[in-house]
Design a binder for this molecule. Structure first.
Ligand SMILES: C[S@@+](CC[C@H](N)C(=O)[O-])C[C@H]1O[C@@H](n2cnc3c(N)ncnc32)[C@H](O)[C@@H]1O
Length: 232
């Protein structure tokens, strides 16, 4: 796969043995192991509620607050940062949360290999790693190829929702989406990602990176696109 570049660098101190044991004991039981096989959401959640994917939820309580306040949705949290996964897993067990499943793996492969096409109502990314230095920008996740994959996973009228405090990344994302919209090859001449301005009740943002940006008085950009079907 020549366009894949790792979008993260996982640096964390070696886990305490007790945490590793906790992870080994409970992760598989409550969550989803990476497999090169499509997920059957009905089977996993035992219902047909719409699915929301949170990419890179980090290590705060934001995802837990959202899932507990939105029981009419099922959530998939995808993260490669093990301390974040373990913290979230503890909350899933403590609060007996049924509408959230975690996947501990690179989202690029999870979306590509595990998520059925046209199955996701909302895909959200809060403060994706901005890789601000020019020489690192190639590591940004939201490049055209990945935005194409996201598009294919959204349902009709599904929403891609991104929040960032990096102006340069925001511009980059918008220009990538606009380029995709222009591309006859992929979108068959249609403008399929439509820019929207909606305030989701679903989201009351309170992530670590959001709070850090607010403290530093940074501008926070909300990027919202809807998958619009122009062809029957
Ligand atoms: C800047 S942090 C933002 C964390 C949190 N959403 C917040 O707003 O505080 C970006 C997160 O994305 C995760 N991440 C980056 N690339 C990823 C990938 N390819 N697959 C899954 N998670 C990824 C990182 O591990 C990190 O936790």
């Amino acid at each position: 796969m020549n366009f894949y570049i790792k979008s993260f660098s996982c640096r964390f101190r070696k886990l305490k043995k007790s945490k590793q044991i906790f992870f080994n004991k409970y992760f598989n039981f409550f969550n989803i192991n990476y497999k090169n096989k499509l997920i059957n959401f009905n089977k996993i959640f035992n219902n047909q509620l719409p699915i929301v994917i949170d990419i890179g939820f980090g290590i705060d309580n934001n995802i837990i607050n959202i899932v507990m306040n939105n029981i009419k949705y099922n959530f998939i949290g995808i993260e490669v940062y093990l301390p974040g996964i373990i913290k979230c897993l503890k909350k899933i067990i403590k609060y007996k949360i049924k509408n959230l499943k975690l996947i501990y793996y690179d989202v690029f492969f999870v979306l590509k290999n595990m998520i059925p096409n046209c199955s996701i109502k909302i895909i959200q990314l809060f403060f994706p790693d901005p890789w601000p230095k020019v020489k690192h920008q190639k590591r940004r996740l939201l490049k055209k190829n990945f935005l194409k994959i996201i598009y294919s996973k959204l349902t009709d009228n599904g929403i891609l929702y991104i929040v960032t405090d990096c102006n340069n990344y925001k511009k980059d994302i918008i220009s990538n989406i606009e380029d995709l919209n222009k591309s006859c090859f992929f979108f068959k001449k249609s403008n399929c990602y439509k820019n929207i301005y909606e305030n989701f009740d679903l989201i009351s943002l309170n992530t670590n990176f959001f709070n850090k940006a607010k403290k530093e008085n940074k501008i926070i950009y909300h990027i919202e696109y809807k998958k619009i079907k122009l062809f029957k």
